[in-house]
Design a protein around this ligand. Structure first.
Ligand SMILES: [Zn+2]
Ligand SMILES: [Zn+2]
Length: 338
């Protein structure tokens, strides 16, 4: 099979690898949609090695002897990372926090494992979310990082039409978060300075986008909320100062969810304002799979705006250059197209 390999600074190509094998409860998936996430950092630095990738949707083509939950021919979204499958976190759908993750490369005896920037990957059967027939692979692949963490933020904070939601960082994760917040009928504000992404967010229906580096940024958010601050906010920028900004911008008794990995928060202000802060790395695929697929189905036109580019595998160089330029929303590779 073909796999994306970085060959030099901002250079990549495709190389041949052995297909991954299956064992135990692992299934082999033929990947039809492989969204790009943060892999472009490795591409820019020229670290010469295969690119991993952790987002995919595709078709089950082979199953291990202990697989019970999928069969060949099933269309599935592949959840990122692994999990032991037996701890309380795994069995309740929060495998992403499992402290005892399995090693699919060792178990299946192959060199690719769950890496998704290739034509095949393997994953445990319980980490494959069925895709309804009327949802495309591209759209279903947004159930990984594209919409996953922000969807969890919206679910956890129970975002509703009476809420004003501030989204910090309108890159692929922030734009994906906007999809769910807009679909749920909330008033959405953004913090972003990249002109391409500001324009894209406004086209989606984000009411106002404030430049977080401006001296007036906090005043602007306060003006937009009649001096009260925002009810709910989602940190998607991973900028060091962003969590603190959201604490200042929060309404009293407000909520903040963070898919981002930014800097410190001040417990004194959290307590003084009575805020609730949630960590949102991924989403709960056992409890919320039908809500996720329902959101994807209902928000189709917003997904088509956020998925700004798709590339066949042969154009992976252009795909990663586009991702690195930040002149994009979500980018999806099609490993079986030339
Ligand atoms: Zn576990
Ligand atoms: Zn990701």
């Amino acid at each position: 099979m073909k796999r994306v390999v970085v060959t030099g600074e901002s250079q990549c190509g495709l190389e041949d690898f052995d297909d991954p094998g299956v064992a135990e409860n692992y299934a082999k998936i033929k990947i039809h949609a492989a969204p790009l996430c943060t892999e472009f950092h490795v591409f820019l630095r020229g670290m010469q090695r295969p690119l991993g990738g952790h987002e995919a949707a595709g078709e089950v083509v082979e199953i291990g002897p202990a697989v019970t939950m999928v069969k060949p021919g099933d269309r599935v979204a592949v959840m990122p990372q692994s999990g032991c499958g037996v701890c309380d976190l795994c069995t309740s759908g929060d495998h992403i926090y499992c402290p005892d993750k399995k090693d699919p490369k060792a178990i299946c005896g192959n060199e690719t494992g769950t890496a998704t920037l290739g034509q095949y990957c393997v994953q445990q059967d319980w980490l494959l979310v069925p895709i309804p027939d009327d949802i495309s692979y591209d759209h279903a692949s947004m159930a990984c990082c594209g919409m996953g963490p922000g969807f969890n933020a919206n679910q956890t904070m129970q975002v509703m039409p009476t809420d004003t939601v501030l989204i910090s960082g309108l890159g692929p994760v922030g734009l994906g978060t906007s999809i769910t917040a807009l679909y749920r009928g909330a008033r959405v504000l953004g913090l972003e300075m990249n002109p391409y992404r500001v324009a894209l967010a406004k086209d989606m229906g984000v009411e106002a986008v404030v430049d977080p580096t401006s001296d007036d940024a906090l005043d602007e958010i306060m003006d937009l909320t009649d001096g009260k601050g925002v009810d709910k906010s989602v940190e998607c920028s991973s900028v060091e100062t962003a969590p603190e900004f959201l604490i200042q911008a929060a309404a009293l008794r407000g909520q903040i969810a963070s898919p981002g990995w930014g800097g410190p928060i001040n417990a004194r202000d959290v307590n003084r304002k009575g805020l609730t802060v949630h960590g949102c790395w991924h989403w709960n695929h056992q409890r919320d799979a039908s809500v996720m697929m329902g959101t994807i189905r209902g928000a189709e036109s917003l997904l088509d705006k956020v998925i700004t580019h798709t590339f066949p595998f042969s154009e992976v160089q252009q795909a990663l250059e586009t991702r690195a330029s930040n002149e994009c929303g979500k980018i999806i590779l099609h490993p079986w197209e030339n």
